[in-house]
Ligand binder design. Sequence first.
Ligand SMILES: CC(C)(COP(=O)(O)OP(=O)(O)OC[C@H]1O[C@@H](n2cnc3c(N)ncnc32)[C@H](O)[C@@H]1OP(=O)(O)O)[C@@H](O)C(=O)NCCC(=O)NCCS
Length: 172
Amino acid sequence: MKIHARTERLLLRDWENSDLDDYALIITDPDVMKNIGEGKPRPRSDAEAFIKTVLEHQQTRGWTRFAVEHADSGQLMGFCGIDDKMGRYDFGWRYSKNFWGSGYGYEAAAAALWVCQNTFFLTHITSQSYLENAGSIRIIEKMGMVKIGEGTDFGRPLWVYGFKNEWPDGLR
Ligand SMILES: CC(C)(COP(=O)(O)OP(=O)(O)OC[C@H]1O[C@@H](n2cnc3c(N)ncnc32)[C@H](O)[C@@H]1OP(=O)(O)O)[C@@H](O)C(=O)NCCC(=O)NCCS
């Protein structure tokens, strides 16, 4: 199992089949999912499909949304990193509620960004958030991204962010 980064409190690592139960608990929690996509919890079958996809991506190209593990307890906290299913590099995160509010979100984001840029040489990374998701927007801003576009998803307004030097004319 490959470890992509270690921070003071976290491991960013490849996924394993044994992460399925913990990941299913995360996406079936309505509080976790309220600012993602449709804003509704998702069934366990989505967790199964997700694990299948990330296992494939880490095998074929090395990067995916990394599993984030709590170093002290060994617990899977959620994910952080890049997905490309929207046709661009979309950087995102999702954690179990137990871990919110302790700085883990930004700690993982900073480490995952470094790996994506310096190990996998990904550029033109974006991130997007519904306007109500203050925590996510704060992490995006702390990563140094600025607003480069806007849109809607499921009828909800969202902003898209990127690095100003890579998107001088905004998202096109
Ligand atoms: C959003 C999320 C990743 C934040 O994780 P976290 O570990 O609580 O974030 P951090 O503790 O690192 O906080 C980072 C910053 O955001 C702020 N913040 C976090 N949650 C916040 C909230 N609900 N409201 C306002 N600010 C918030 C923190 O105060 C901190 O700012 P500071 O450094 O200026 O003090 C987490 O709540 C989560 O997994 N949410 C559900 C999934 C989700 O919405 N994903 C994103 C979809 S776009």
